[in-house]
Design a protein around this ligand. Structure first.
Ligand code: ATP
Ligand code: MG
Length: 395
């Protein structure tokens, strides 16, 4: 059966009380944004539900793929719409629907009827019983059976100004619509972790910007393209991401020249975090997001994380992966589709200047002392790096 109407289910938005319409607005906006390229669609809101109706030809699989990635949607149901609210039309529509939707009729089912149109003369229970009887009459011989306690399929009929029939709920990405919880900036590298971290915070409704520090010519154009590609994959869920690409080479060389090599990574990270904080303040982001996870590498021991964290003064740093095992992060990245890109073997600016034996237990006192070597050198380089940052919009 070909569907051109979809009923959209959303979960957590339902708990938002008076603010609910704001969440629904963000969700509708995002759906329109994502469907626009596929054809002409109407996104319509009715209390507790959103309906999508295609008004032109469209790519069904792509529409489902796009809708199920939008945060805030818990399920997408392809629905059949009846010709009228006459019982006869609903019943005939239902029998036709079951006939076409299920090739093999050997399964148990339950009818579920919801009336939003309370003027409708038959109540939901009676209607379910009647319609269930009609379905059985048509397909009992082929194996369909009623089981109200644990059915294999629930066939839904929603009666509004027209009746909607559906049985399939394609799971969505859940979470909250992006834009309902402020804005954050993610430190996005080409690795496995930071795209997953960006996804997780966006899933809670936070609009995301990102910053990538590259170090040409030590890092290649391909490494930069890889980060853009990762951002684009995350943007399928989060909506457009404003990516700041900061040329970090001169800062990095200055650190390399003036600071102890076993402290390079820590000092570099502190500088990156400071720059991220400056961009966050300028662009009204309320949080910084990283892909750090305790113990992964020397710069992610609790000692190192503490010293790095100290570089940021006014903006909270969120680390959604802090207690997540690498294997679980890998599985998440596979699920959201970033993994294959993340494992492409291009160099990262952090790994190029890395020492053989980096410190694992840095103290703030020692690091600050080393940073004094940069006074009078780093300020100008720092400003220039921020001023010359390239901005691209990923979507
Ligand atoms: P990832 O898999 O996200 O690259 P990682 O395990 O390689 O992380 P690190 O290289 O120590 O860990 O980086 C820790 C975090 O610092 C990253 O998750 C990311 O948020 C940020 N980061 C590291 N390198 C960069 C970079 N070049 N540009 C922007 N952010 C970076
Ligand atoms: Mg990395």
């Amino acid at each position: 059966m070909e569907y051109n109407t979809f009923l959209i289910k959303y979960a957590e938005i339902g708990t938002k009380g008076k603010n609910r319409y704001k969440f629904e607005d963000h969700l509708c906006k995002r759906m329109r944004q994502r469907l626009k390229a596929l054809g002409d669609f109407e996104v319509r809101r009715e209390y507790g539900r959103i309906f999508v109706v295609a008004k032109s030809d469209f790519d069904y699989d792509e529409a489902i793929a796009r809708l199920t990635k939008i945060f805030g949607i818990s399920g997408v149901c392809p629905v059949m719409v009846t010709d009228s609210l006459e019982y006869k039309d609903i019943s005939e529509g239902l029998v036709k629907y079951v006939g076409e939707e299920f090739d093999d009729k050997r399964f148990t089912f339950k009818m579920n009827v919801r009336r939003h149109n309370k003027d409708y003369p038959i109540n939901s229970m009676e209607m379910a019983a009647e319609l269930g009887g009609d379905v059985l009459e048509a397909y009992e011989a082929e194996g369909m059976k009623v089981d109200v306690h644990s059915p294999e399929h629930i066939i839904h009929v929603e009666i509004r100004n027209i009746a909607y029939i559906y049985s399939k709920v394609i799971p969505g990405a859940c979470g909250l619509p992006v834009g309902t919880n402020g804005k954050g900036i993610s430190l996005l590298s080409g690795g496995i972790d930071s795209p997953v971290a960006t996804y997780m915070i966006a899933k809670r409704g936070v609009e995301m910007e990102a910053v990538y520090f590259n170090a040409p010519p030590y890092t290649s154009e391909r490494a930069k393209d890889k980060v853009k590609e990762l951002g684009r994959i995350v943007a399928q869920y989060s909506g457009p991401i404003k990516l700041h690409i900061v040329n970090f080479t001169d800062c990095q060389l200055a650190i390399y020249k003036n600071c102890p090599h076993d402290e390079l990574t820590i000092i570099m990270k502190r500088l990156m975090f400071r720059m991220a904080e400056d961009i966050a303040k300028r662009d009204d982001c309320q949080c910084i997001v990283t892909g750090e996870s305790i113990g992964q590498v020397s710069s992610q021991t609790t000692f190192s994380l503490g010293v790095i964290n100290e570089a940021v003064k006014d903006v909270p740093v969120f680390r959604p992966l802090i207690g997540v095992d690498k294997q679980e992060i890998v599985e998440m990245s596979q699920k959201i589709g970033t993994y294959e890109t993340s494992i492409l073997p291009y160099e990262d600016c952090c790994t190029i200047f890395v020492a053989k034996h980096p410190v694992t237990k840095p103290t703030l006192e020692q690091i600050k002392k080393s940073e004094e070597n940069l006074v009078g050198i780093i300020e100008e380089l720092y400003d220039k790096a921020l001023e010359t940052a390239e901005v691209v919009y990923l979507k």
